[in-house]
Design a protein around this ligand. Sequence first.
Ligand code: VGL
Ligand code: ZN
Length: 202
Amino acid sequence: MTNALIVIDVQNDFCPNGALAVPDGDAIVANINALMEEFDATILTQDWHPNGHSSFASSHADAAPYSGVEMPYGPQVLWPDHCVQGTHGAEFHSDLNVDAADLIVRKGYNPAIDSYSAFFENDQVTPTGLEGYLRTRGITDVTLVGLATDFCVNFSAQDAARLGFNVTVRTDLCRAIDLDGSLTAGIEEMEKAGVILKTAES
Ligand code: VGL
Ligand code: ZN
């Protein structure tokens, strides 16, 4: 068994005072750093949007942040502008041990398609390349932590399980946006996909 820790989007914009702040998003950083030592590989993902990205409410006439819209690839939540390439908000939290990462996967750079998952864009077919990286390194088991539980962690975990990896989500090292019940729904979706949900104690 070869295992990898996949740290999802621990970036300034998802932490307190960020553009899309996740409550207590920064509270998980120290324990994520410590957990890295237990894995054969550490991978970070970085939400990395161009200015005017189609997932931004500001790119749509009369659309409010956190409203929904129908995209050619399906339903999409419209977000406040966040994680714009090259900005402070897109940088990793300053306490995250970025030096320990073997690989940094950027996602969401396609102006027309959002990418919650570390594996596929939101059209569910365009790959990021992470699957090939894991397979060529012989990685069979992945543990996911980071932000946000109900969006990027959830979509990444479901995709990893569907691709045949053994997937654990450490829910105590994730924090959620929880938009209209999205946390409860996300937990159910992950369990249905065969993802193992764990806390430090379990
Ligand atoms: C995320 C919404 C938009 C996340 C990224 O990291 O969960 N959520 N972009
Ligand atoms: Zn995003």
